[in-house]
Design a protein around this ligand. Structure first.
Ligand code: SAM
Ligand code: DTB
Ligand code: SF4
Length: 315
């Protein structure tokens, strides 16, 4: 099949506005044409360098600009501790291990060297290794690729138009440039966004349009629902309607038929039923493990129970 990368905003909006059950049915049909509909990938997150970030992303507990719980910088995790966490993640059934750092960008030097060693260790254990480190150059992306990295996570987060209302310390173009650097190095791009940032449905459609028109399309698309962390500027936004998340998952599936759509942050606030609808609409990956980076994720036992009850299995 040919993957379209010329979606217009009107087309995306038309899909997004379809009657919900029609949209879910359409997405579910396409999903099962390209994926095992019973298979869910599990990816475990680890924060290897927490807090004190110089960016001012309005949603983020790790920004030094806000009064969030992780506004102060902590040291880098040791290689041994990373190995231990990856071993545990593998034993609990994760196939991908994603390491995050609260950096604006990667700086060459001792810290980047230690990330390279972590990537080598994780990929050497037979796990897919992913990192999210902020902006990277083409050379840095190539070094990560040579170390055995599978994917680089770098989210666009929202539409180009809404971006400035959320972040002032960088521009949309910076994100796109890093994605281009990552893709040039032959790394998979893991790129998605956050829903519930006070954006309109049209903004969500624009984000999905931009993701789908990337060349190549991102191999994984994390859809986060804002975790409203006290002390961050977005803490008092209203809760996001889970049915809008279902719509976004379905449209992501329709636009990016071969990508993994990941139900990411915010799952703790979703009912089992809402998650089931998302899986039906084409989500086929989750963050698995009790922590995201600085906030909580569902308990492993609860997730195992949910997957069992839905008859889903690990990738
Ligand atoms: N500093 C790097 C960057 O921004 O690319 C990597 C770490 S950053 C924490 C990774 C992603 O986490 C962000 O792009 C955003 O999508 C997500 N994120 C951060 N805080 C969040 C929150 N409160 N709720 C949902 N997603 C969040
Ligand atoms: C992504 O899209 N979501 C993850 C991962 N990529 C790095 C991060 C979610 C962070 C949620 C807030 C926190 O735990 O600090
Ligand atoms: Fe820093 Fe990333 Fe948080 Fe933005 S999202 S403040 S870049 S850690």
């Amino acid at each position: 099949m040919t993957i379209r990368r010329d979606w217009t905003l009107d087309e995306v909006v038309a899909l997004y506005k379809r009657p919900l059950l029609e949209l879910v049915w359409q997405a579910a049909s396409l999903h099962r044409a390209h994926h095992d509909p019973l298979e869910i990938q599990r990816s475990t997150l680890l924060s290897i360098k927490t807090g004190g970030c110089s960016e001012d992303c309005g949603y983020c507990p790790q920004s030094a600009h806000h009064d969030g719980p992780a506004r102060k910088s902590q040291g880098m995790m040791s290689l041994d501790d990373v190995r231990l966490a990856a071993t545990r993640a593998k034993a609990s059934g994760a196939s991908r291990f994603c390491m995050g750092a609260a950096w604006r960008e990667v700086k060459d030097g001792a810290q980047f060297d230690s990330v390279i060693a972590m990537v080598e260790a994780v990929s050497g254990m037979g796990l897919e290794a992913c990192v999210t480190l902020g902006m990277v150059t083409a050379e840095q992306a190539q070094r990560l690729k040579n170390a055995g990295l599978t994917a680089y996570n770098h989210n666009l987060d929202t539409s180009r138009e809404h971006y400035g209302a959320i972040i002032s310390t960088r521009v949309y173009e910076d994100r796109l440039q890093t994605l281009a650097n990552v893709q040039k190095a032959g790394l998979q791009a893991c790129c998605g966004g956050i829903l519930g940032l006070g954006e309109s449905a049209r903004d969500r459609c624009m984000l999905l349009q931009t993701l789908a028109n990337l060349d190549p399309q991102p191999q994984s698309v994390p859809l986060n629902v804002l975790v409203r962390v006290p002390g961050t500027p977005l803490a008092d936004l209203p809760p996001f309607d889970p049915l809008e998340l279902v719509r976004a998952v379905a449209v992501a599936r329709l636009l990016m038929p071969l990508s993994r759509v990941r139900l990411s942050a915010g799952r703790s606030d979703l009912t089992r039923e809402a998650q089931a609808l998302c899986f039906l609409a084409g989500a086929n990956s989750i963050f698995f493990g009790e922590h995201l980076l600085t906030t909580a994720n569902p308990e492993v036992a609860a997730d195992e129970q949910l997957l069992r009850d839905l008859g889903l299995h690990a990738a």
